[in-house]
Design a protein around this ligand. Structure first.
Ligand SMILES: Cc1ncc(COP(=O)(O)O)c(C=O)c1O
Length: 371
């Protein structure tokens, strides 16, 4: 083709490449590479889908009004309807946020290691990325003052994720507020990705910051805690000016009627919250206890449903360990393509006891005998 493209963009790999793998391998392997709540059953989703059938012959509500009302009711008194945007996954919101704010040459900070698609969305708009880092020495924790000192004074936006992917440790509301207030004084917008926040206790603490700090946008997803990556739905909270601008950049009807119904029903599911918190708190303890018995592994503390692990022997890299486990039909996330991590880091998600113990036993077999 002779036509010149505006830009040549690519998405990095993210783990969970189950469609590619199942072409070459048996399809019933255990996927520990994506961090999805295993308690969602297809039966729950069937009921929601059936109740959305009536709506399928109409365009979906482009404003997702029923969902916005639901969120306003849930988060009363912290947000109003004008503070809410619904999107086709957090991914659409990341993309639209950048589309409506970043022009060629704008400076954007990204707190690494983290989800790689922020960078994609900045580059798509020809912004300039400055990578800043969380460090393993201090358990990847947020250091607001140091971070602000290192940030280019011309910065327009700073992306950060809390709890951060791939380490999973929650930064306190106080630390987040401190950073947001420092940023506000310098006219910097904060994109706070809370895709995993529901796995933590008291997960609505930051919402009251929305009114106090118009420079804050909070992004959430139904993908992780609510376990529906295939449905593509998430929501964002921010000042009404920002929300209006973002909605103007969204594709019309990007959130279909099935996704809207499923999100509505999942938000109503209190039992899911209860059961999930019980499961993850006990399985996190189990995993840490068992992983500690395996030589050469260093675990980083986490508040969510995944664990970042560093291999402390030259005999294995994350990639070679991944390949070894694939032979046993187990998939883990090699984290060497995260900025700021080397080839010794991998991530596993936490599932139910039966699956968790299969992974633990395989890791024990491999690392006890060969490392
Ligand atoms: C931190 C983080 N944010 C956002 C996303 C994308 O979420 P969604 O499926 O809602 O687009 C991911 C997916 O891996 C993620 O890890």
């Amino acid at each position: 083709l002779k036509t010149k493209f505006k830009l040549n963009l690519i998405h990095k790999s993210h783990g969970g490449e189950i469609f590619e793998l199942s072409e070459s391998q048996s399809s019933n392997f255990l996927d520990f590479s994506t961090n999805i709540n295993p308690l969602i059953t297809t039966n729950m989703l069937k009921l929601s889908t059936i109740s959305a059938i009536e709506d399928m012959t109409k365009y979906p509500d482009s404003n997702s009004l029923k969902l916005k009302k639901k969120l306003v009711e849930m988060f009363h008194p912290d947000i109003n309807q004008s503070n809410v945007i619904i999107g086709a996954g957090a991914m659409e919101l990341i993309s639209v946020f950048c589309d409506c704010l970043i022009s060629k040459g704008d400076k954007v900070g990204i707190l690494q290691p983290t989800f790689s698609e922020y960078e994609w969305a900045v580059e798509k708009n020809e912004g300039i990325v400055q990578n800043l880092f969380r460090y393993p020495e201090n358990n990847f924790s947020l250091q607001p003052e140091e971070l602000m000192k290192k940030l280019d004074p011309q910065t327009k936006i700073l992306f950060l994720c809390n709890p951060n992917n791939p380490n999973g440790k929650l930064d306190s509301k106080e630390q987040i507020e401190f950073l947001v207030s420092l940023a506000q004084n310098k006219g910097i917008l904060i994109f706070l990705d809370e895709a995993f926040i529901e796995f933590t206790e008291d997960f609505n603490q930051t919402l009251e910051l929305i009114h106090k700090y118009p420079n804050l946008f909070i992004c959430r997803s139904l993908t992780k805690f609510y376990g529906v990556p295939g449905i593509r739905i998430g929501y964002g909270l921010g000042s009404s000016d920002l929300i209006r601008a973002m909605q103007g950049f969204q594709n019309l009807w990007s959130v279909n009627c099935i996704a809207q119904q499923i999100m509505f029903d999942l938000l109503n599911n209190d039992l899911l919250h209860l059961m999930s918190h019980e499961l993850f708190s006990s399985e996190r303890d189990y995993m840490f206890k068992e992983l500690a018995k395996i030589p050469h592994l260093k675990m980083y503390s986490t508040d969510v449903n995944f664990i970042l692990i560093e291999i402390e022997t030259q005999k294995y890299t994350a990639q070679t360990l991944q390949q070894q486990l694939l032979k046993e039909n187990i998939l883990i996330r090699d984290c060497s393509n995260y900025k700021g991590l080397d080839d010794g880091y991998f991530r596993i998600c936490i599932k139910q006891r039966k699956e968790n113990s299969i992974l633990i036993n395989k890791l024990k077999e491999i690392l006890n005998h060969n490392a």
